[in-house]
Design a protein around this ligand. Structure first.
Ligand SMILES: [Zn+2]
Length: 350
């Protein structure tokens, strides 16, 4: 495959992804309505998988919080159909959105990273706390999809203002696990990183990282990494900060040229960016709009017609969420629950 061809595919994928995002943004108001109205929970909800910051406890001393029992929200179908990489357009505040990549041996970079100091992610303030923060600088230009996984570097859609602590204590161990798994097995990992912003804050409260190995079930996680720095109080609205006990002084490096650059960049993208995302509620959906099937499900029963499908069957995916019954082990369990062999799907043959 030549480079132009690859680029064409990547571009095509990217637009598919954006279409999906727009679709997703359009359904957000609905998700909010449902949130406030608990009586209609059982209704015609097309809600897919919802992550809410409300479900995350305040940071105590663990850099990471496990979400959804470590099971990613994306379903098997996306896992089997997605390849390449996609990055959301910046929103009207210049903030990053969902990023997703299929990591394989071929995406791992062999070269080393070059620093790119020109990109100023939303909320960026060059801030030093000498002696308090490891490496002195509070913020890193934090890659959503790690450089060590795809080699993606100076992409403003992939860089957020992240604390040194989140970068090294929160995200890095997971990135290293994925890299090690991919390089040692040659298998693939679907990897999605979502920065989560509260209201109009310019600095993310944290990032959600979901990963699942494709060829086997050996690597799987769904974690929230807190964008905090012990000893520092951050104003997430602006990116300003101060030390907890006032014994350390923040040293800001304000470069006016950088500020103007950011301002003009934001006005440039305002015209064609997607609708502003709901800050703390992220709703994921599959490219076709079907509810994804959790990756650890092996069989899906249809409660309405009592048919049984393999989790990978298209009919399973097309089954409405409220009619689905999930089975995680072998199919005897499904047989015992009222899906006799004569009701097995003729196409996927469970
Ligand atoms: Zn089937």
């Amino acid at each position: 495959m030549n480079k132009a061809y690859l680029r064409a595919i990547t571009t095509k994928l990217f637009f598919t992804f954006i279409a999906l995002l727009v679709l997703w943004a359009g359904t957000c108001s609905k998700a909010y309505a449902q949130k406030g109205d608990s009586n209609s929970k059982e209704s015609e909800s097309e809600t897919i998988s919802v992550f809410s910051l409300d479900d995350i406890p305040a940071y105590s001393d663990n850099p990471v919080y496990i979400v959804n029992d470590n099971v990613p929200f994306f379903g098997r179908e996306l896992m089997l159909s997605f390849y390449g990489e996609a990055y959301s357009e910046l929103d009207s505040l210049g903030r990053c959105g969902i990023t997703i990549a299929m990591i394989g041996k071929d995406t791992l970079p062999s070269n080393t990273r070059i620093q790119t100091p020109l990109i100023r992610p939303s909320g960026w303030k060059t801030t030093q706390y000498n002696g308090l923060v490891d490496g002195n600088y509070l913020y890193n230009r934090c890659h959503l999809i790690a450089f060590q996984l795809t080699g993606e570097n100076d992409n403003e859609r992939n860089l957020i203002t992240g604390t040194r602590y989140m970068n090294t204590e929160g995200m890095r161990p997971f990135e290293e696990d994925v890299r090690f798994y991919v390089s040692s097995t040659g298998n693939h990992v679907l990897y999605r990183v979502t920065p989560v912003f509260e209201d109009n804050n310019l600095v993310a409260s944290g990032v959600l990282i979901e990963a699942q190995s494709v060829e086997d079930d050996k690597l799987k996680f769904n974690v929230f990494c807190y964008n905090v720095q012990p000893g520092v109080i951050i104003d997430y609205k602006t990116g300003e900060s101060r030390s907890e006990d006032d014994s350390f002084i923040a040293i800001y490096d304000s470069t006016p040229s950088g500020e103007t650059e950011t301002a003009s960049r934001i006005s440039d993208i305002q015209s064609n960016s997607i609708e502003n995302q709901p800050a703390t509620v992220v709703q994921f959906s599959d490219p076709n709009g079907y509810d994804p099937i959790p990756a650890d499900v092996s069989y899906v029963g249809n409660k309405k017609n009592h048919k049984l499908h393999k989790a990978s069957c298209e009919s399973a995916l097309k089954t409405k969420n409220r009619n689905r019954e999930y089975f995680y082990g072998n199919k005897d369990e499904a047989v015992d629950s009222g899906y006799p062999e004569k009701n097995f799907c003729k196409i996927c043959k469970p």
